[in-house]
Design a protein around this ligand. Structure first.
Ligand code: ATP
Length: 469
């Protein structure tokens, strides 16, 4: 939401401007002289300043250079009863948006304000930004489009709905938008819509006064109030009961609420984000989600694709989690074997990135003191599923099944010198393994399929002969 600072010493002008801005739901602050204006500019960020010229402690125009020197300087509209052409020229040279004379028709003031704010919004969204994507991994084309939208969302204050399957990174994305937005210095407040109970919903969201109900022993600040100037994130929005949707809609429309047991309404200036893995549009057609709430929340929409549709992100994510978990446990980083990464890439990840993170953690536990993670360290269910799907896609080659690799045409290695039986057997074993590795470089599942060796036996042999898969 844009923020406006009204600077005028005339109480009548202040109240007219306050009611004009309130009617448009624009948060504003009133100042009556140069001192209180300077203080407000130091403490808060504004998008527009409505500036009077004749103030009790000096000339409003003297503030212009200071305002324009501010980081992300607000637009300025001069609203003065002391119009003179020299002052107007000075103001325009100082970069003001408009110069209006009092009394100007309300319609004209309103139009000037809305044009200045629109210009401001366009300027904000056009500004190139260096995004801070720390902690977000993935550079697949699908994620690149999400980052483009993230940049737009970070530069605006519009409501945003983030959809996608469970564990795909919706909350992480919402936090990243917040961290890159102008509200980053203020709280990011999560409302878990699935966990909120009917009886406590009002108190959780709006807060309550001491004695409002049995057990209300002290005043309690609700989540909406906590999100003031920051972001309110409605997680699992699709789980919100219809009844609660209605009370929430009013808060979203008016940014006003009344704590339970209080006679006074309070305001909260928050940016709204919401996430769901449900099909809200379908729920609207079924009548289980309010149409008006859906449209209010979906001003911007980001859909995060499931992990199986961005296989290229699996490796960097796996490496990121392995490194992060090793650092957290104070152990040296592990190498990730080619077969390990191939199995990860071949799996369908119904639980998406969260499941991948958990699986890497399990693999680290399973590998104990070893320096590398191999497919054998992955949970059995995943290996079975991957093997099954590979077999379904590519049935074993019947023509070569059971035939030793060196016995196949053109593959014969030179015969080793005859020695004692044990050494001869070992020579053969080693050659056999070398043939397998040559035929299926890095493809351990194919080697196991052809050789009939168990994974542990295969790795024991590799170790014995100093070979690498
Ligand atoms: N691109 C990513 N890079 C790094 N970590 C990620 C990424 N996406 C998700 N994660 C991590 O995966 C886990 C799940 O992410 P998150 O909670 O944001 O998912 P979600 O879609 O909100 O899940 P749910 O639908 O269950 O609420 C978190 O630990 C998050 O940090």
């Amino acid at each position: 939401m844009p923020r406006v600072l009204v600077v005028d010493d005339d109480p009548e002008v202040q109240s007219t401007m306050a009611s004009l801005l309130s009617r448009q739901d624009i948060p504003h602050h009133l100042a009556k002289d140069l001192v209180s204006t300077k203080q407000a500019l130091q403490e808060d960020c504004f998008d527009l300043v409505l500036l009077d010229v004749g103030l009790p402690d000096g000339n409003g125009l003297d503030l212009l250079p200071e305002i324009k020197a501010l980081k992300n300087a607000p637009e300025v509209i001069i609203l003065t009863g002391r119009g003179d052409s020299e002052g107007a020229e000075l103001a325009i040279e100082g970069g003001v948006w408009d110069y209006l004379l009092k009394p100007s028709p309300i319609k004209e003031i309103k139009l000037s304000i809305s044009r200045a704010l629109k210009y401001r919004q366009q300027k904000e969204s056009a500004r190139p930004r260096a995004l801070d994507l720390s902690g977000v991994v993935g550079s697949s084309p699908a994620m690149q489009s999400c980052y483009d939208l993230l940049a737009c969302a970070a530069g605006s204050d519009s409501n945003i709905l983030i959809t996608g399957e469970t564990g795909v990174g919706k909350e992480l994305m919402a936090r990243t938008i917040h961290a890159n937005s102008s509200r980053s210095g203020h709280p990011f407040v999560v409302v878990d819509c699935a966990g909120i109970t009917d009886s406590l919903v009002e108190s959780t969201l709006f807060g309550h006064c001491r004695g409002a109900f049995t057990g209300a022993l002290a005043d309690h600040t609700g989540l909406i109030s906590q999100a003031h100037q920051g972001t309110l994130f409605l997680d699992e929005l699709g789980e919100l009961p219809l009844l609660i949707q209605k009370s929430l809609l009013r808060v979203l429309q008016e940014r006003k609420f009344r704590p339970v047991g209080s006679s006074r309404e309070q305001k909260s200036d928050f940016r709204l984000m919401a996430a769901t893995n449900r099909d809200l549009e379908g729920m609207v057609s079924e009548g289980t989600f309010r149409n008006d709430l859906y449209f209010r929340i979906k001003t911007m929409h980001m859909h995060l694709p499931p992990l199986r549709d961005r296989v290229q992100d699996i490796r960097p994510l796996a490496m990121h989690f392995a490194d992060e978990l090793c650092t957290r446990s104070g152990i040296a980083s592990k190498g990730l074997g080619a077969d390990f990464l191939e199995t990860l890439e071949a799996y369908s990840w119904p639980g998406n990135v969260r499941e991948l993170c958990n699986v890497i953690e399990q693999a680290l536990v399973a590998c104990a003191g070893e320096t590398n993670l191999y497919s054998m360290h992955l949970p059995k269910e995943i290996r079975i599923k991957v093997t099954r799907s590979r077999l379904e896609k590519c049935p074993p080659d019947e023509s070569s099944h059971g035939t030793p690799p060196w016995a196949q045409k053109g593959d014969s290695p030179p015969m080793p010198d005859i020695s004692d039986f044990k050494s001869y057997k070992q020579e053969c074993e080693k050659k056999y393994l070398q043939c397998l590795l040559q035929k299926y470089p890095g493809n351990v599942p194919a080697i196991l399929r052809l050789s009939g060796l168990s994974r542990s036996h295969f790795y024991t042999l590799l170790k014995k002969y100093g070979l690498e898969s």
